[in-house]
Design a protein around this ligand. Sequence first.
Ligand code: 5GP
Ligand code: MN
Length: 333
Amino acid sequence: MDKQDIKKAKELITSSGYIVIIGHKSPDGDSVGSSLGLYNVLKKIHHEVHVCMPDPHPGFLNWLKGSDQIVNYEEHQGEVNKHFEKADLIFCLDFNAESRVGKMEGLLNASKANKIMIDHHQDPTDFTDLTFSFPDECSTCQLIYKFLVELDYADHIDSDSGSCLYCGIMTDTGSFKFPSTTAETHRIIADLIDKGVDHFKIHEEVFDKNTEQKLKLRSYILSNSLQVLNEYKTAIISVTEKDLESHGYIKGDTEGLVNVALSLGVVNRAAFFMENDGLIKISFRSKGKENPVNSIANKYFDGGGHINAAGGRYLGSIDDAITKFVTVLPEFV
Ligand code: 5GP
Ligand code: MN
């Protein structure tokens, strides 16, 4: 990280009385982990700090220290408005453009607070005063760790904030298996364990607290919808809102399911179409740099993301969304 930028960031942090940390819509392990990792450290050094998200985070993150203090805009507009009004400094974590915060975009644009982006998505938009953008890094949590070290705050990372950072590194690297995982990632993880992080408990919290209803929903989606387009080495799964309801769907239940489709040896690309509030939300995953999915998401599905993990949306029926995907697919294989 640039020394001058770190110096400016430290000045902004020390001179700000009221700090707000925000993440992207549909907050995931990295978004919530990085926000709470930074939150817990800044609280420890006596800052007034608040975390605001566009909508609620999934329940499998509820064990993270400070997760009960997160204010989401969907359910608590007034409180989020108040935090934005009072903010001297806003940290924008794990997203690269204002549009990624959904309905909080207006607040973010209108805010006169200083803004710092820390993120690992490609092509950041220029809307912050300081931008720490590193698309080669595995996760924003890894960046927060390095940011805190550069600020000379490493000693303030304890088992609570460390667990938040571990969680985001773990979820964004697919449990340390994606190519973005480096020797440095493992060194950071080793240091977090030295600081008291119980790594096995975190894996258990995130992956081994399934409910019967969740497992049945996941197996239903796979058995009911999985199709493999061998000629395009592509797998597709999908679920309607009606089927989600009849299976007692709870936010977070389908997290990572697209990776199960991608685990097929014969495919190098997978897409998951999920009907939600009359909109089709799509998750794309792929293997290898030669199979980018963010370009499909960006060009045809009003979305974006990383080369091997991206998301988008479609206004219409699931069948039409899948037809569109299959139609444009040849352009990308
Ligand atoms: P997921 O499939 O887990 O929702 O998202 C996978 C990746 O794509 C994440 O890194 C996420 O930040 C990104 N992503 C998901 N939806 C969108 C979107 O609508 N726009 C952009 N730019 N990125 C997205
Ligand atoms: Mn991330």
